[in-house]
Design a binder for this molecule. Structure first.
Ligand SMILES: Nc1nc2c(ncn2[C@@H]2O[C@H](COP(=O)(O)OP(=O)(O)OP(=O)(O)O)[C@@H](O)[C@H]2O)c(=O)[nH]1
Length: 390
């Protein structure tokens, strides 16, 4: 096998990474997770070191003598630093944003914890205690550096080297040797565990991303008309109901256009369904040219389209509809001798249900057809007389 391939395979096993397309998203995901864990462990550190400090101060002024001072300083710093993290993180509100502050907090917390681990373990070892702080804190930093396996391995290895050197220098070799062996075992176990959990996390993330993307696609397909790519009837119904409620709430006007291709049956009969389909697609493209990003265009089925023009009054709606009608009439040139025209009915919302508004636009469309086709008509708003409404 090719050596570069073997190297690549070994590296991907040692340091698992998601597919390149998901890398940025994965980094954000890990950053958010890490910051969450930094928050939890900072709270825990404040409580635990706070209790230690309280217990420590029972010794009175002795806490400031040369023997006790390192502990006093360590406990104090181990409360102040996590407290600052909590303060910053509550301002960031756990936002998974790879800002310099977020990255600084993410990387500095494990570094700080590692220093505490070494300090406590060396001091403890001098009075015959084991390496519990080192083991616990190495596990903690495995949680707070998700997605940074290389950095995590480097920090753990360096931590072990510094710990071993300090134990070797400060303690009798007979006592230091088993402690160094325990430190080495702990470091190796932590790195292996971090590698295994990272591989699992990457696989889970990739599977979840695929599932989410499939769901998004399914949702899109369920809302789409397969021929034109416009919204389908169900989607337009839902959108119209929502936009009508919004227009009523904020007292904004809303126009609904019902569009029908003139003599489409003749186009189908004379030139075939394939060309008929092409005309449907071209008409939908022509309609889309005259709507804004905030408007919605859907195909009701057959040769009928609906356009929801949000925050649009009667006059503007009529202008837009006329531009669409004009745009479609230009399609004639592309389709040679086939005359493609549309008729449009416009309804302006008057706080009615979406069905009533569709009926209004349908009535206007009927008027446009009756007036000779290739026309735009609207159903005028009829003011209610006081006598009619006792
Ligand atoms: N090519 C094609 N034709 C369709 C599709 N769906 C419906 N149709 C045809 O569209 C035609 C609709 O015609 P109508 O709207 O009833 O009548 P029209 O000829 O357009 O007459 P006016 O509306 O009065 O101008 C029918 O012939 C349907 O078979 C489709 O997806 N593709």
């Amino acid at each position: 096998m090719d050596t570069t391939k073997v190297y690549g395979l070994a590296m991907s096993r040692l340091f698992p990474k998601p597919k390149p397309a998901l890398k940025a998203e994965y980094e954000l995901h890990c950053n958010a997770n890490n910051l969450k864990y930094v928050m939890y462990f900072s709270l825990l550190a404040c409580v635990l070191f706070g209790l230690h400090l309280l217990h420590h101060f029972r010794l009175g002024l002795a806490v400031f003598n040369t023997e006790m001072m390192p502990y006093t300083l360590l406990y104090g710093f181990s409360i102040i630093y996590p407290a600052f993290n909590i303060l910053f993180l509550s301002k960031l509100k756990y936002l998974p944003a790879l800002t310099p502050v977020a990255t600084f907090i993410e990387v500095m917390f494990p570094v700080f914890m590692t220093c505490v681990a070494i300090f406590l373990s060396v001091l403890g070892a001098q009075v015959g205690l084991g390496l519990t702080p080192f083991a616990v804190i190495m596990i903690v930093i495995c949680f707070t550096l998700q997605g940074h396996l290389v950095l995590l391995s480097v920090i753990i290895t360096l931590a072990f080297c510094v710990l071993a050197t300090l134990l070797f220098i400060n303690i009798d070799i007979q006592i230091a040797s088993p402690l160094i062996a325990t430190g080495l075992t702990t470091s190796i176990i932590c790195i292996v565990l971090a590698n295994m959990t990272e591989a699992m996390r990457v696989k889970q993330f990739e599977a979840l991303s695929e599932l989410n993307s499939n769901n998004r696609q399914l949702k899109l397909l369920a809302q789409q008309d397969h021929l034109t790519g416009l919204l389908n009837r169900r989607a337009v119904d839902q959108i119209l109901t929502r936009e009508l409620a919004r227009s009523e709430r904020f007292d904004h006007p809303l126009c609904l256009l019902m569009i029908d291709i003139d003599n489409f049956k003749h186009i189908n009969d004379a030139y075939g369904h394939v060309l008929g389909d092409r005309v449907l697609v071209d008409v939908s493209e022509a309609i889309k040219l005259h709507v804004r990003d905030i408007d919605y265009v859907g195909r009701m089925g057959g040769d009928e389209f609906l356009v929801v023009l949000v925050e649009t009054g009667h006059n503007n709606g009529m202008q837009i509809a006329d531009r669409m009608r004009d745009e479609v009439s230009k399609l004639n040139r592309e389709h040679q001798d086939i005359a493609v025209t549309i008729s449009i009915g416009l309804g302006v919302s008057e706080k009615e249900s979406h069905i009533a508004l569709i009926e209004k636009a349908d009535k206007a469309l009927y008027m446009a057809k009756k007036a000779g086709k290739n026309k735009v008509r609207s159903v005028k708003v009829t003011p209610v007389k006081p006598a009619d409404n006792p």
